[in-house]
Design a binder for this molecule. Structure first.
Ligand code: UGA
Ligand code: MN
Length: 259
């Protein structure tokens, strides 16, 4: 089965570095189709050129987050959901493609899997083999998330019975975006399943999953959710103090060099 990896991304100093790290992981994964969705009014040159020489099978989309839904300078980073409109655009494209391929027959869509991979996390290769045979929704632990060493579904007798999390465990699905994959078929069968860009903090994943499955139906992977194969890493914002000082003297770094 093909894995469609949907990645929201936005312009910032570390963007190309993040995308390079991700690409070099994905290049090791067989049958992976990368759906990159830029949070921008149109596709950017940087991402277009980057993907053109990536060597990966990809689709380049874009969807600007509406201003009232976007974090403003100075807002705490958790105030509004990030990447929701972009993931929805990826889902829209997949549904359209599958419909055009005559009900999902013939182009390998019937057994495909969807994974939402943020551009800043760290993914092991094993993770992709765990998710590849997802029937409905598969789940696994996520490291370094929720101000904990890891969060995970708790498995008893092969079934998910609750979630190990330090915060609001009674959310419908207290799982980070990096902690689940869904079958394309299930998404096609549930046309009302989308991410709610207005979801309250921590409820973005639930807004999508609650239209697709129940806790009992979740498929635990990574040795019954005992292994951490993905890490919710966050990249430090680079300091530009010296750059700004040099710019004032007319000695800033050459703007024609892409970083
Ligand atoms: C956590 C989760 O890991 C995210 O999957 C979830 O979307 C987010 O919380 C949330 O609740 O909205 P966090 O590390 O805080 O993630 O979020 P970011 O990594 O900053 O953003 C998630 C994705 O959205 C990234 O791929 C990022 O490039 C993208 N993004 C972020 C945009 O497309 N536009 C933005 O303005 C900001
Ligand atoms: Mn992140």
């Amino acid at each position: 089965p093909t894995i469609y990896v949907i990645t929201p991304t936005y312009a910032r100093l570390v963007q190309k570095a993040e995308l390079t790290r991700l690409l070099h992981t994905f290049l090791h994964v067989p049958q992976l189709h990368w759906v990159v969705v830029e949070d921008s009014p149109s596709p950017t040159q940087l991402v277009r050129n980057f993907l053109a020489v990536s060597g990966l099978t990809y689709t380049h989309l874009h969807m600007l987050t509406p201003k009232d839904r976007k974090l403003q300078e100075g807002d705490p980073h958790w105030l509004k959901p990030r990447g929701a409109e972009q993931r929805n655009e990826g889902l829209r494209w997949l549904r359209e493609k599958a419909a055009a391929a005559a009900g999902g027959k013939g182009l390998g869509f019937e057994s495909a899997v969807i994974y939402f991979a943020d551009d800043d996390n760290t993914y092991s290769l094993q993770l992709f083999e765990e998710m590849r045979y997802t029937k409905k929704v598969s789940v696994w632990p996520v490291g370094l998330v929720g101000a904990m060493k890891f969060e995970r579904p708790v498995v008893e007798n092969g079934k998910v019975v609750r979630f190990h999390t330090g915060w609001r465990p009674n959310r419908p699905f207290p799982i980070d975006m990096a902690g689940f994959a869904v079958s394309l078929n299930l998404v096609l069968a549930n046309p009302e399943a989308w991410f709610d860009g207005n979801a309250e903090m921590g409820f973005l994943e639930s807004s999508f999953l609650q239209n697709l499955v129940t806790m009992e139906e979740l498929e635990p992977k990574a040795d019954m959710c005992t292994k951490v194969l993905v890490w919710h890493t966050r990249t430090e914002k680079p300091k530009m103090k010296r750059e700004e000082a040099l710019i004032k003297q007319g000695l800033g770094s050459d703007p024609n060099v892409e970083v």
